[in-house]
Design a protein around this ligand. Sequence first.
Ligand code: PLP
Length: 375
Amino acid sequence: MTPHDPIPLAKPVIGAREHELVGEVLRSGQLSLGPMVERFEHGWCERIGCRNAVATSSGTAGLHLSLLALGIGPGDEVVTSSFSFVASANAILFTGATPVFADVDIDTFNMDPARVEEAITERTRALLIVDIFGYPAEVPALLDIARRHDLAVVEDACQSIDGAYDGTKLGTHGHPAVYGFYANKQLTTAEGGVILTDDDDLAELLRSTRNQGRTDDGGWLVHSRLGYNYRLSDVHCAIGVAQLERLDAMMEGRARVASWYQARVRGIEGVAPMFEGRQTRSWFVYAPRLAEGVDRDRVIERLGERGIAAKPYLPCIHLQPFYREDHGHRRGTFPNTEMISASTIALPFFPEMTEDQVDRVCRELSSALAAERVG
Ligand SMILES: Cc1ncc(COP(=O)(O)O)c(C=O)c1O
């Protein structure tokens, strides 16, 4: 790589082991519903210390199935965060329920428990907790609210793979937690997800609904309930098994790159480093905030001209065109969410990024911000 090569936003780590295991599946002839799926699921149970892992075709599918399995449906309201990827709220819409947003905390970017409490009505049936940018949400406070209002809980930990709150892994708090494995995630299966739960009955139901409503004791063409094809293939799981074997190293790589960024960003005028709090972040993106008044689009454009990918990440859900048009949302309703969403910028971030590349990104960011101040 030369000093002027483009630097992408994200880049998966794929090596010989992924090729070897995918080859093993292809040679076996069993491409779906085979032993590699079980091996992948078992790997997660071991890693997290949870009783069940149910692999799904995507994180979105995992969220949808979890909400359905907890009985969420038409007429229900589910409180969630608008500072998330659109799939969090879409999964609620898929069930026929209505997402109700609660504003986020200005530091953690996760749902503020006080705002969650205010959002609860007599129709609220569940909380969909999101651990955004890999930083764990206030799980104990949110579970306390859920207990007092008799609400089901699903955790969208798609960005917080392998995350924990006060050392307790997500997926072992008594409600299902979902990870996502799209190609930019801490661990990838190209596309995919997993639902983690200690509840054996729930896991059995999820295994049925991801597989067209089939049950273990029925035949292939016996469907006991309405189900979906949300299976994850053995080919995808082969990539996942290889990735699980190297997850520690990939996580360390991300944390190392993040620490380089944090140290440099502190010295750049007009940009605030990412929040470091009591909880350990599962590093997913490096997305610091730009100061108020900075033209973020121009900064992104300037970085792009110098070969550095950057994105205005993350747009809030309630201001997405169809949430405004079909669901009546408008600007001004969730001030913290809107302010954060207008100022965060995702910079190149992947485990194999070098210190020189981080230096180059920060240098270019600094000069783009300086040019903005002048121009
Ligand atoms: C917070 C969050 N929720 C849900 C999803 C959906 O995951 P998938 O793309 O695997 O369906 C993502 C993926 O980016 C995400 O970041």
